[in-house]
Ligand binder design. Structure first.
Ligand SMILES: Nc1ncnc2c1ncn2[C@@H]1O[C@H](COP(=O)(O)OP(=O)(O)OP(=O)(O)O)[C@@H](O)[C@H]1O
Length: 602
């Protein structure tokens, strides 16, 4: 076997076994022996012992990364199996150069990230097994590979729609236990629903979720618990509407005199343009148009549902929103959040805001202002609704979870390395600095910044959600939970909403602490900023850092630098805290240092 092939293979093995206990000498894989004649472990050659044909390195406890750059220079290899090791990292995009590969088996490792688009350029690939890893995001255009006959991808976090593979050609296909959404493709009778189970947002005949549109009056069926959950959201929303209808009906029934007084009183208290949705009755149609549809914009009144970004929700009405299947995602201090699926397969996150004493006029003004100030790392509202009893904010549903989930979720073993943490911190700080700058005059801060409100979009970039939901104005300071134990009275000195900008800085400091320590902000009496400060007082700085960061070999100096930024942000005295722009500059400088150190690394 030629020297350059040996060299490439050894480089590939060096990266693969990086961090693994010392390689036994009987493995071979060195320049003084021959891969075929000396039978390197895992190497299978042609009969003439001149060409390496297959690499099968299974169950060897390999803990390094897959160096496709070196590996793919060996053009004779058709099979690569690295199953059941502990290989980490992404599939590099250089995999595209492995044009001879027919079988790629990566099952049972710790690969993560998106499958590179270049994987779909492997035109000779027949079998691709990526089960039991941490891959996420949408699939590349794999159906482009015409000879593909097997795809096993169970137990990852892959999302988006399942593309239309050439199922009749397939022997094996399984994508169960992922986050795929939308309809199950037509498998032409080839595969059972077991190939698709465990994808909560996937819909299809034999799955727990039926696909929309839902036909009118269906016979009552036995509901699965999943369906009960989905429809409970719908029932709750409908109940609110029904209650209001009854309320309205009762008001109409009051004697005229009393009604006049009532109207007078209400005119003082109410926003005169605001209306309340109800089941549509004839009195609620003016000039043949529903007051609750977008067409009412023409009438000059504030319509029920105002769509800001029509590309996603073209023609969406309030009734459609109510009718759509909804799943309750959470009930927070500010209200409830529902995941809603529209007929066109688009998923929305609808926030029903609780107890916000802002008038519809101000709410309208605030949301429209937020819509004008766009930053790529801030999730814009795409529609909103306001009545006296109800305020809704509609966002695009982000399927890749939150920073909170990534740091503390059940997907243990999911790698979130130092470089990525630093980049997330810099992106959030940059976006917050931009928003603070643009919205300072309007007095609109975030008001509820926390790792649960940092969502990952399709490209896994962090996006800040719920910017501007400053329910602080109702003076309910408990909204700061889980920060309330450490926010001082001084935070509320000076007129809100300006103090909220300082609260945002504090909140960003807490997020930095979460990134550095990997610990929850509060749990069973534990409070993160207090704990960090007590450890620092004992001068055990390194003790605060997440073990995963230490074992990864993250730079202690840069972790300490970021910790210092965090401490400045959580200064008990709000006026001593840096401005968001300064916080961004400091974090960015650390990030640049990190990048420089990587590019100069040997
Ligand atoms: N647009 C979205 N897409 C996907 N998930 C979301 C979206 N917005 C929020 N979530 C997630 O839904 C869950 C519930 O969110 P919710 O806003 O109700 O919680 P919360 O922030 O604790 O509430 P509150 O802001 O009222 O205190 C959280 O895990 C959050 O990460």
């Amino acid at each position: 076997v030629e020297d350059d092939v040996k060299k490439a293979l050894i480089e590939f093995m060096d990266k693969l076994s990086h961090g693994t206990a010392e390689r036994p000498s009987n493995w071979g894989w060195n320049m003084t022996s021959d891969p075929c004649r000396d039978k390197w472990i895992g190497v299978i050659c042609d009969d003439g012992l001149n060409k390496v044909k297959r690499i099968v390195l299974e169950d060897l406890n390999l803990t390094g990364a897959f160096d496709a750059n070196s590996f793919c220079t060996v053009k004779s290899i058709t099979v690569l199996s690295l199953q059941r090791n502990k290989i980490i990292g992404q599939i590099p995009s250089e995999i595209e150069n492995c044009q001879s590969l027919t079988h790629l088996y990566l099952t049972g490792n710790q690969f993560y990230g998106k499958l590179p688009e270049s994987l779909s350029m492997l035109s000779n690939l027949k079998r691709l097994y990526i089960r039991d890893n941490n891959f996420y995001g949408e699939l590349p255009n794999l159906p482009r590979i015409s000879g593909l006959t097997a795809f096993l991808a169970e137990n990852n976090q892959l999302s988006g729609q399942i593309p239309p593979f050439d199922f009749p050609n397939f022997d094996y296909f399984n994508v169960s236990n992922n986050n795929f959404s939308g309809p199950v493709p037509d498998v032409q009778g080839k595969f059972k629903d077991t190939s698709f189970l465990g994808n909560p947002y996937l819909c299809g005949k034999s799955l727990p979720n039926d696909c929309p549109p839902i036909t009118t009056k269906q016979k009552p069926r036995k509901s699965s618990s999943k369906q009960i959950l989905v429809y409970s959201g719908y029932v709750i929303l409908s109940l609110v509407v029904l209650l209001f209808a009854i309320f309205k009906f009762l008001i109409k029934k009051k004697p005229k005199e009393e009604k006049k007084d009532e109207v007078k009183k209400q005119n003082v208290a109410l926003d005169k343009n605001s209306t309340m949705p109800s089941t549509i009755t004839s009195s609620e149609f003016r000039n043949g148009k529903s007051e609750y549809s977008l067409t009412s914009i023409e009438s000059g009144r504030i319509p029920s549902l105002i769509v800001l970004m029509s590309s996603m929700t073209s023609g969406l009405t309030f009734e459609e929103l109510l009718k759509a299947p909804a799943e309750l995602l959470g009930r927070g201090k500010h209200g409830s959040l529902y995941k809603v699926m529209l007929d066109n397969g688009v998923f929305l996150a609808v926030k029903r805001i609780k107890d916000w004493g802002i008038s519809c006029k101000d709410f309208d003004r605030q949301v429209r202002r937020l819509d004008q100030v766009r930053h790529q790392n801030v999730l814009p509202p795409i529609a909103f609704y306001c009545s006296r009893q109800e305020k809704l904010l509609v966002y695009e549903y982000q399927q890749n979870g939150s920073l909170f989930k990534l740091l503390h979720g059940s997907q243990s073993g999911q790698i979130f390395e130092w470089g990525s943490r630093l980049s997330v911190a810099a992106s959030i700080a940059e976006a917050m600095a931009f928003m603070h700058e643009e919205l300072h005059e309007d007095g609109i801060a975030h008001g509820n910044l926390k790792s649960m409100n940092i969502l990952f979009n399709k490209t896994m970039d962090p996006c800040i959600s719920e910017y501007g939901l400053m329910v602080v104005e109702n003076q309910d300071q408990s909204f700061l939970s889980p920060l309330n134990s450490i926010i001082t009275q001084e935070d509320f000195d000076g007129a809100p909403p300006y103090s909220t900008f300082k609260v945002d800085i504090y909140a960003l400091g807490v997020i930095l602490l979460e990134l550095l320590t990997g610990k929850l902000v509060q749990k069973n009496g534990f409070d993160l900023p207090g704990w960090v400060q007590s450890v620092l007082r004992e001068e055990w700085t390194v003790e605060v850092f997440d073990n995963a960061l230490i074992s990864e070999g993250a730079s202690e100096e840069r972790m300490v630098n970021l910790l210092q930024v965090a401490l400045k942000c959580i200064n008990p005295s709000p006026n001593e805290r840096p401005k968001m722009g300064q916080v961004f500059q400091m974090i960015n400088a650390i990030k640049e240092e990190e990048e420089k150190s990587i590019s100069f690394a040997p």
